[in-house]
Design a protein around this ligand. Structure first.
Ligand SMILES: Cc1ncc(COP(=O)(O)O)c(C=O)c1O
Length: 404
């Protein structure tokens, strides 16, 4: 008799965005004439920049010719992309990361979900609360989180790092010592950022305790403030305690194209084993590489033209972020984020819980956002709006919210 992985049965409810989609579809079916504005899911809306499209076209043509056809990509990714990453994302920022410490992948969701596989099941994970749900759910699937309490909405074996208005949505060091620490900055969902000094505290802590930080920097391109690090390797000692995850989704609009990468420094050793070697082994066994065409597209992001064009797009989204932040504040909401991240995190009014406010906003303003409680119990009473809509829709959504 086949036995299933019973850990999957422990997962409460649906994946957050499936749940939202169900509610939105039901509303739209019942009110076909309503024009919904979606500021919920963190998906981009601008088309891919011309310099990138041009590189993709060229690569497509290469694939059609015998002399320039490419089959399986190298396990770690093509050298042309890894060297562009090492130079632009690390060397230029003074970070000591070499191209052979970079693993090209199909995005940060899979990497952030898969990375836990190289660690033993007895490790304790620490996550921010609220948090991007993938970190916890993938550890649940692996069987690392203990039992779930419906009352507290927490897992018995997970260390939660509360992120609230009190600590400006940046976690403090925990009392219990975690083995794996997931940090994501600029943060989804709160839109908060961490200063270099604050991140250094975490790096020093991880080195002292022998923990490993899994640092998700998917929103690095949205940083506008000086003292906010773009990479954890800007901190001293990060090479011996940190793995970094990056994505091309939010900086270059690759959500439907799929490209990302993970950095594991060769100095990162635990239990006598190189984590770089373990991930290389895992990658080589379970992954056959991001497509050549897409890796060429990724390379084009780093060209002068590519950089100018993607920066314009980020500027466009950040203008939306400003419209939302200033708009909701002027409407009397308490709101943060939107300065170094494309997310605005607002406190729900009148003691409404997150899903009540979701329904209220959907019905009264026909605006779709994301209930904060979907990111963990610490998100209850909060609501996330994204800056990824069109400018016109964003302005209209904010006007509708002001008129509530
Ligand atoms: C924090 C965080 N990490 C990773 C991802 C996924 O990135 P990708 O599209 O590269 O899989 C997201 C997407 O929303 C995210 O918010």
């Amino acid at each position: 008799m086949v036995k299933i992985n019973e850990n999957f049965l422990k997962l409460p409810g649906n994946y957050l965005f499936s749940e939202i989609a169900k509610k939105v579809n039901a509303f739209q079916n019942a009110h076909p004439q309503s024009r919904l504005i979606r500021l919920g899911i963190g998906d981009v809306t601008l088309p891919i920049a011309p310099a990138i499209i041009e590189a993709m076209h060229k690569a497509v043509d290469e694939m059609g010719k015998k002399e320039s056809f490419h089959g399986y990509a190298p396990d770690l990714g093509y050298e042309f992309l890894r060297s562009a990453i090492a130079k632009n994302d690390y060397e230029k920022r003074g970070c000591d990361i070499s191209e052979d410490e970079i693993f090209v992948s199909d995005g940060a969701k899979s990497d952030s979900g898969n990375i836990q596989e190289i660690f033993g099941l007895e490790n304790r994970i620490a996550v921010c609360d609220p948090v991007y749900p993938v970190y916890v759910d993938t550890n649940v699937m692996a069987g690392r989180t203990g039992s779930y309490s419906k009352e507290t909405e927490q897992w018995s074996d997970v260390i939660y790092l509360p992120c609230s208005a009190q600590n400006h949505f940046v976690p403090e060091l925990p009392k219990e010592t975690p083995d794996l620490i997931y940090l994501c900055f600029p943060n989804n969902p709160t839109g908060s950022a961490i200063t270099k000094e604050q991140l250094q505290t975490w790096v020093d802590y991880a080195n002292k305790m022998g923990s490993v930080i899994i640092y998700d920097a998917a929103y690095e391109a949205y940083i506008t403030e000086e003292n906010v690090p773009h990479s954890i390797y800007e901190c001293q000692g990060a090479r011996t305690c940190a793995i970094e995850l990056r994505s091309f989704s939010k900086n270059a609009g690759f959500t439907g194209v799929r490209l990302g990468y993970t950095v594991i420094p060769k100095d990162l050793v635990r239990g006598g084993a190189s984590l770089h070697s373990l991930w290389a082994r895992r990658h080589g066994t379970k992954y056959n590489g991001a497509p050549y065409i897409i890796q060429r597209a990724g390379q084009a992001v780093y060209t002068e033209e590519g950089q100018t064009q993607v920066k314009e797009q980020i500027h466009y989204y950040m203008r939306n972020a400003k419209v939302i932040l200033e708009g909701v504040k002027s409407a009397g909401f308490q709101a943060t984020g939107g300065v170094n991240a494309p997310y605005i995190w607002l406190k729900t009014p009148d003691q409404m819980n997150s899903w009540e406010f979701f329904d209220y906003l959907l019905q009264k303003a026909n605006v779709v956002g994301t209930p904060g409680s979907g990111f963990g119990p610490g998100g209850e009473g909060y609501f996330r709006l994204t800056a990824f809509g069109t400018y016109e829709n964003t302005v209209e959504a904010v006007e509708r919210i002001k008129n509530l």
